[in-house]
Structures are given as structure tokens and as C-alpha cells.
Design a protein around this ligand. Structure first.
Ligand code: ZN
Length: 133
């Protein structure tokens, strides 16, 4: 069901500050967006075939703000591309895994996404993402 890693999400305090490293290395962010459902602003960076999603919270009650408060900046989630998020969710639910989202919701790039609780995936917050068709 997992087609590929869609992106790696990194929680940051400031997109401006965190993109400096990439710019120094000759990589410019190619996409900026505000994702209201997550209360974040994101910047996407492409390194080879791999996308990095930098996430800056837009509100103190953003899940990313809470993550930074608890753990500091750092890797926040891994996102896998799947053919169907609802199908993947129903499989995981049947197996008794802990879901954060029971239903897909709008994510960056107009994709439908859902999060699986880290307790169910080796301690890693896991996002499932489906291309918008
Ligand atoms: Zn993500």
C-alpha cells in the first residue's frame, strides 16, 4: 500500500531561518503554502527525489507548536504516498492501530491526508497522503 515516501516533515520555529541552510546549499524552496487544518505555514524543498516539508506553526494551539514546545525543532513526521487514504485507514483501523485522523483531511498541494499515531508506528508520527485527482 505504501508507494513511496512523499516527504519528510520537519518542525521549525521560522521558515525564514530554517530555509537558510538549504539556500546556502543551493536549494531554493519551490512551494509555500498555509495549511489551515494543521495551523501551519509550510515550505517545500526538493533534494534529489526527496521532498522536505518545513512546518512553521501559525498559532500556539497548532500541533506543531505543541511538538516544538515539548521536543524542540526537528523531524516531525514521515509521509507516505498511498493510492487511497480511506482504504489505508480502514485497514489500519481493522488491525487496531491508533489513528489521529479517522477521515482524510485537506493537506498541502491539495492532497488528502491523514495521520497515524506514533505509538502505532515505531514512535514515528506517520502521514498518509493521496494525490488529488
Ligand atoms: Zn506532511
Amino acid at each position: 500500500m505504501l508507494n513511496k515516501i512523499d516527504h519528510i516533515g520537519v518542525a521549525v520555529k521560522s521558515l525564514e531561518e530554517s530555509t537558510k541552510f538549504y539556500k546556502m546549499m543551493g536549494v531554493e524552496p519551490y512551494h509555500f503554502e498555509e495549511v489551515e487544518s494543521q495551523k501551519v505555514k509550510v515550505a517545500f524543498i526538493k533534494v534529489g527525489d526527496t521532498n522536505i516539508e518545513l512546518l512553521e506553526p501559525t498559532s500556539d494551539d497548532s500541533p506543531v507548536a505543541k511538538f516544538i514546545e515539548k521536543k524542540g525543532e526537528g523531524i516531525h513526521h514521515i509521509c507516505y504516498d498511498v493510492a487511497s487514504v480511506p482504504e489505508a485507514l480502514s485497514t489500519l483501523k481493522d488491525e487496531g492501530l491508533r489513528l489521529i485522523d479517522e477521515e482524510p483531511k485537506p493537506g498541502a498541494h491539495g492532497k488528502m491526508v491523514a495521520f497515524v499515531h506514533p505509538k502505532s508506528v515505531c514512535g514515528v508520527l506517520t502521514e498518509l497522503s493521496q494525490d488529488a485527482h
